[in-house]
Write a protein that binds this ligand. Structure first.
Ligand code: NCD
Length: 320
């Protein structure tokens, strides 16, 4: 693994290797001293062309826990807002001695371009590219699912699980990466969305598609993942009649959550629109693992950085 661009590039073995390194990273994070020396002397650049809270902070925490230096480079207040090209930015980062670049962009393919255009030699990690992929989010979702629903099998996959993913699939890079990773690991996935929020081409994805949330929930899924309605990408509107209508048909209300099997967990990648796609009390209920997803994000990103940057990455089980 030289870059971490898309789940579509991963084999099941590679995905399981990252997840088990993440388990080892998690074990080190309950110690009194949480910093590991694995990446001493390396510099990780966070290059963010789009707003982000948890993903950027999570990558920063992950790199720092591994003793890397971190440079945060965001579009606002930099020459990126003056129209500097991706190429010139890459050349600058290379000249500054970046050892890895974490990139988030509104354009699908930005991370791939940075990795393969030949401007920069270092490993590239995709932190979300347009509506394409968000592979570390999918890894943290798989990590969280495995911990809750396959606790006795830390080396295995998600075989036999049924995960229902609900909401704005059209604008969601999380949905695409999750469908690919969860099915790669053996789970069955059902996407639920209003017809206008299902991407053209999703019928070719390895999952079922439903327009009826109550019908999908009646199957008793092991996990329900709610997606944010990405209003900032809905210029012109027309994707659903009204917010109230959306909540009634596709929101995870208290009544819907109460009817789920006792073991079913509720997930959301954040940021949440409380009271819109998910009721506040469902987000705060015991079956919600939303805060835990954030913690898992740090472990998974530590694992990805470790696999790409540590010189002894092949010996991942011996994280000091
Ligand atoms: C997601 C993203 O940015 O793709 N959030 C995240 O990374 N935690 C989903 C979203 O913005 O709704």
């Amino acid at each position: 693994m030289r870059h971490f661009i898309a789940i579509a590039d991963l084999s099941r073995e590679e995905a399981c290797a990252v997840l088990s390194t993440a388990e080892q990273m998690a074990a080190t994070q309950s110690r009194s001293i949480r910093k590991l020396p694995a990446l001493v002397g390396t510099t990780v650049v966070n290059l963010f062309f789009e707003d982000s809270t948890r993903t950027r902070i999570s990558f920063e925490a992950a790199a720092k826990r591994l003793s890397a230096d971190v440079i945060n480079f965001s579009a606002k207040g930099s020459s990126l807002s003056k129209g500097e090209s991706l190429k010139d930015t890459a050349l600058t980062l290379q000249a500054m001695g970046a050892d890895a670049v974490v990139v988030r962009s509104g354009s699908a393919g930005a991370a791939h371009l940075l990795a393969h255009a030949g401007w920069i030699d270092q490993p590239i990690i995709n932190a979300g590219d347009g509506a394409h992929e968000h592979p570390t989010q999918a890894m943290l979702d798989a990590f969280t699912l495995r911990r809750h629903l396959r606790p006795g099998d830390p080396a295995g996959g998600l075989d036999g699980l049924h995960v229902v993913i609900v909401g704005d699939v059209l604008h969601s890079r999380v949905a695409r990466s999750d469908v690919l990773l969860l099915t790669l690991l053996g789970a069955r996935v059902t996407l639920v969305a209003p017809p206008a929020l299902v991407p053209v081409g999703a019928t070719a994805w390895p999952c079922a598609i439903s327009y009826d949330l109550d019908q999908a929930l009646a199957t008793g899924p092991d996990a329900v993942m709610m997606l944010r309605v990405q209003s900032e990408r809905m210029v012109g509107g027309g994707f659903f009649p009204t917010a109230g209508e959306y909540s009634r048909r596709y929101g995870l209300t208290s009544a819907r959550a109460a009817a789920l099997p006792a073991h079913t967990i509720v997930m959301h990648p954040g940021p949440m629109n409380r009271g819109f796609e998910i009721a506040g009390d469902v987000a705060d209920s015991p079956r919600s693992v939303i805060v835990e997803q954030v913690a898992s994000g740090v472990f998974v990103r530590m694992a990805v950085l470790f696999h790409l940057l540590a010189t002894d990455a092949r010996e991942a089980p011996h994280v000091r």
